[in-house]
Design a protein around this ligand. Structure first.
Ligand code: NAP
Length: 489
């Protein structure tokens, strides 16, 4: 991909592909090479204001919220358009997110694009009204009907790690439900969203203002969107710290705030677990997209009596783990998104050492990859549950290994976290793994390596990992109000 391929990809505002009001552009950096890929229109507050106004108009003044058949038609067009441009999107996600190309055949691209079809089907078959039957509250015979309606204008704010997946998990159900959307993507991955905007504008019948894409490098755009009184619902994915700020921004107008946040998920190996299964899953999880996934398992909790054996096998497995060029189909692990993120991750490793951990593997910048923001697959051992590296989200390929003294202790360690996003339990007995899994306070959990990922599966966190659920029927319903209608009978 060269800078000739892309020159200042534009914004989508009110149905038009346009450049920023102030005329600025910003650079898009390839994290695997540190080279400038090209530029994107750099939106400012005026662009955001126009986008919100357009979304408001489209919701208030057009039949979009009530014309289900047309919405379904537009969503299917959008899916077809994205499929037509799959190669371009695949290259873009690899280039700007540093995502392994392998992942674009699943959660980074193909799966969420197919998920749009699932969303359209769901909207089509959904029971938009429920008849509760006749009752006589206060002696007035009444037929009660529950009707589902869209919220209005949705502000969708996304991070950089899974730019298409997270975007479509918001845009798909929000539009299917009849809302209009202003999308504010992360500045580190601007092109995935800009291409989505271009396809929506050029290859679908989406009316002006129904979907707006406002990409900018200034850090105030998300806050502007979250605070604007014309926005009815904010759907945010990102860090827990930013999630708190979003909630505060939405508080003055009491808008619905839907949050998908960080995690520090645990892989619990019970004392009868097959260590090869445990280690295979742990290695896969910590290296997938270089650990830049909210639900990846970043704490490995081994039975104390098998701790050394487990660590030895883990180090042996990860020592020869392939990583490097994300465009190579043989790798699952590319670079971190930025130098800033790399400094943050290496800072956590240093903090772990200062608090008594040992680096059993990695811990630095790989000598064979001098360009790009790479960090070695890293294993920290001798970590106590109180250590910073066992508590805070690192968002890099750093696995902390803890020891437990039985099932109750393993559950206690897993739950000793402000987060509650995901987890895995491995045991020779599925029944025993299930009993432990039921006690782990997380929104998703795997038993012996099963994968919960899918358009029809609600995803989200307990505690400070989020509020609400994305995907599945529950995710669709996040974008719907309930109106109770009462007919005199
Ligand atoms: P981030 O720093 O929280 O940013 C996420 C988005 O929020 C960006 O678009 C950012 O844009 C915007 N933003 C920043 N400050 C804001 C504010 N005050 N008000 C409104 N928007 C604001 O997260 P990130 O570093 O991009 O992504 C990594 C984080 O996302 C990790 O913590 C990870 O766990 C989490 N994540 C969670 C899930 C999930 O489903 N639970 C999935 C993926 C990632 P600007 O920087 O331009 O302001």
């Amino acid at each position: 991909m060269t800078s000739d391929t892309y020159r200042a990809l534009p914004l989508l505002i009110d149905g038009s592909l346009s450049y920023a009001a102030e005329g600025g552009v910003f650079e898009n950096i390839d994290p695997a090479t540190e080279e400038v890929l090209g530029t994107t229109a750099d939106a400012g507050p005026r662009d955001m204001d126009r986008a919100i106004a357009a979304a408001r108009r489209a919701f208030d003044e057009t039949p979009w919220p009530t014309d289900l058949a047309f919405r379904v038609h537009c969503l299917r067009q959008l899916r077809a358009g994205l499929e037509r441009h799959a190669d371009e999107l695949r290259r873009t996600i690899v280039a700007e997110a540093g995502s392994p190309v392998t992942l674009t055949h699943g959660p980074q691209l193909d799966a969420p694009v197919a998920g749009l079809g699932w969303c359209a089907d769901l909207a089509e078959s959904y029971a938009w009204e429920t008849d509760l039957g006749v009752a006589a509250p206060l002696g007035v015979p009444t037929r009660r009907v529950l009707r589902r309606e869209p919220y209005g204008v949705v502000g969708a704010i996304t991070p950089w790690n899974f730019p298409m997946q997270i975007t479509l998990a918001k845009v798909g159900p929000a539009l299917a439900a009849g809302n209009t959307v202003v999308l504010k993507p992360a500045p580190d991955t601007p092109w995935t969203a800009a291409i989505l905007g271009r396809i929506a504008a050029e290859e679908t019948d989406l009316p002006p203002g129904v979907l707006n894409v406002v990409v900018g490098s200034a850090h105030g755009l998300g806050a502007q969107l979250a605070a604007d009184p014309r926005v009815d619902l904010v759907s945010f994915t990102g860090s827990t710290a930013t999630g708190r700020a979003v909630m505060r921004s939405g508080a003055d107008t009491l808008k619905k705030v839907f949050l998908e946040l960080g995690g520090k998920s645990a892989l619990l190996a019970l004392d009868d677990a097959d260590l090869a299964t445990v280690v295979g899953n742990a290695a896969f999880q910590i290296t997938t997209h270089a650990g830049q996934g909210c639900s990846l398992l970043t704490r490995l909790v081994l039975p104390r009596a098998r701790y050394d054996e487990g660590v030895e096998l883990l180090v042996e497995t990860l020592r020869n783990w392939p990583y490097g060029d994300p465009a190579d189909p043989g790798t699952l692990m590319g670079p971190l998104i930025s130098e800033r993120q790399r400094r943050r991750v290496l800072g956590y490793v240093a903090r772990g050492l200062a608090e008594g951990a040992t680096v059993a593997l990695g811990g630095g910048i790989p000598a064979h990859l001098p360009r790009g923001y790479f960090v070695e697959p890293t294993v920290l051992t001798g970590v106590t549950p109180a250590a910073t590296v066992a508590r805070e989200e690192i968002f890099g390929p750093v696995l902390t290994v803890l020891a437990h003294d039985g099932d109750d202790d393993a559950v206690r360690i897993a739950n000793d976290s402000v987060y509650g996003l995901s987890g895995m339990v491995v045991s020779a007995s599925e029944e025993r793994a299930r009993a432990v899994a039921e006690r782990v306070r997380t929104g998703t959990i795997s038993i012996n390596g099963g994968l919960y990922y899918g358009a029809d599966v609600p995803f989200g966190g307990y505690r400070q990992s989020g509020v609400g659920r994305e995907s599945g029927r529950a995710g669709f319903e996040e974008y719907l109000e309930i109106k109770a209608m009462a007919y005199a009978h």
